[in-house]
Design a protein around this ligand. Sequence first.
Ligand code: HEM
Length: 402
Amino acid sequence: MIDFSDPEFLQDPYPVLNATREATPIFDQMGEDGIPRWFLTRYDDIFRVLRDRRLGRVPEPIMSRAEVGLPPLRSDWGPYNDVEQWSLLMLEPPEHRRLRQLVYREFTPKRIEGLRPVITAHADRLLLEASERPQFDLLADFAQPFSIHVIAELLGAPIEDWPLYLDWSHRIVKMYELETTGDQAASAVQASAEFASWCRDLITERRARPTDDLISGLCTVETSDGRLSDSEIISTIVLLLNAGHEATVNSLGNGLVSLLNSPGAWESVRSTQVPSRTAIEEMIRFDPPLQLFERWVLADGVSYAGRDFERGDKIAMLFGSANRDPRHFEDPDEFLVDRGDASHITFGGGIHTCIGAPLARLELSVALERMAALTPNLRLVDAPTRKPAFVIHGYESVSLSA
Ligand code: HEM
């Protein structure tokens, strides 16, 4: 049993995750929603579950919500349900394959790499502004505006609207926690309605005057499978803006705190002895920003960690535990800035593997490289405090002095 709301656990989940993983590869625990979950703790099982096509992110391919114990979709959550409906994260094949291929066509390595100059320019501008102050908050003053500007550049969304996406995104992602209050849900529904209406205006505008950005691409992309509907484009824009910034912000916060707390690590990056693209792999392994993902069992004959599952069972994967599994990583609790092992679980695996991983890696490595160049004396001002949430794992703020 893990108490996922215990403040001590949330501040540093690894002692409990490590002890649990070493005691057992699997345990069951009732969720707040009244649905029991089987928690997997070890790397190998989680690696395989992510790639196992007999499991899915949603139960609908084989069972109704009622059959697996989920309540009906709430009609008063309409706008939230609508933006979620065509999210890649809510689909399984064949719909998932069709939509992912269309989105992927627009998400080319060339488009991502082409963003390097603009990513560097945003990093430099924000760092120079922040470092003029005696101390600054890495998250609010750098990582949040940085990642939201980058994702807006990729999509071709108006940059000046970034405070709006930030607000909508913060409110919507509360729905992904293990526990969500009524007020948080109402706020997420309202934010979904505003976000969708903003997307609709943007789609109309891009259809009338297409440019070479990703939203224009989504509006016009065509394959033998057809085009994307407006609802699919809206869900995709909302998913990309939400998924595309929150995890990146927390990766930078969690990762930089780990790096600055590890003796000699900053010096290795600052002197370029360890390239930033190597250092960021350890930053995202050591303290991943997304700690838990779930799957439904959609077929008979599925067994993991010595347990035979039934259709409709729910499996929860503890990513932070997998990334610290000594069966896979040597000295997993050591932050080794030059480890450079990209086999961590942080970006998932299988058909839902993170579509934005190349962009996230580019953003993180440019940010680190520019910090090393422009703010070589960077240090933590005090020990940062965690946000009171488990799944989206990050700090409230990270005070730095340059
Ligand atoms: C360090 C930052 C990031 C982390 C740790 C991360 C992690 C993940 C993980 C673990 C998944 C798979 C979920 C599952 O299997 O259930 C995922 C999916 C996804 N991510 Fe990321 N992500 C990051 C950044 C981004 C960025 C920058 C974008 C967009 C530009 C993005 C877009 C997506 C999308 C669209 C999916 C859904 C893919 C699908 O279901 O087919 N992510 N991400």
